[in-house]
Design a protein around this ligand. Sequence first.
Ligand code: DAT
Length: 170
Amino acid sequence: MVGKRPNILVTGTPGTGKTTTATALAEATQLRHINIGELVKEKNLHDGWDDELDSYILNEDLVCDELEDVMENGGNIVDYHGCDFFPERWFDYVVVLQTDNTILYDRLTRRGYKESKLTNNVESEIFQVLLEEAKESYAEDKVIALKSNTIEDIDSNVATLTDWVRNWSI
Ligand code: DAT
């Protein structure tokens, strides 16, 4: 009998490569990729649009209710630029992607982020906000920081995580 499969959280500042990494990892492992930003839009799990932040105001309770059953069953890769509102018990592994700030600046410029959003995100990366948030929200031995500057980094991160998934057992 096949046991329960792990749940992995892929987090990091916008532009660090979460969706690219999670998509490749899902393909390699056959785990289910859940992009929280997309899910929030699709299922209206928000309280409207914040003009200043230039993004939806995510409703944490709606997101957690929506995902409870699927997370309970295991086998998910969750992709989001925040991690402190998910139940800690959901995740077996928390991956924080990190990108050098000049590279991140270029990626977010290419994405068309307006100046304030760009600055906020690059500063958040410099101060390692997501890594701190992850360490505060999950047991330290579940949290791993991975560099995501180049395509080679993505390949190597996906290979490392695929091995981890294959060796995982309850
Ligand atoms: P996120 O989901 O964290 O916002 P993404 O996966 O959408 O990030 O990637 C944003 C853009 O940057 C996209 O065009 C792919 C590129 N990118 C991401 N990680 C990269 C890496 N390690 N090397 C080269 N390009 C990368």
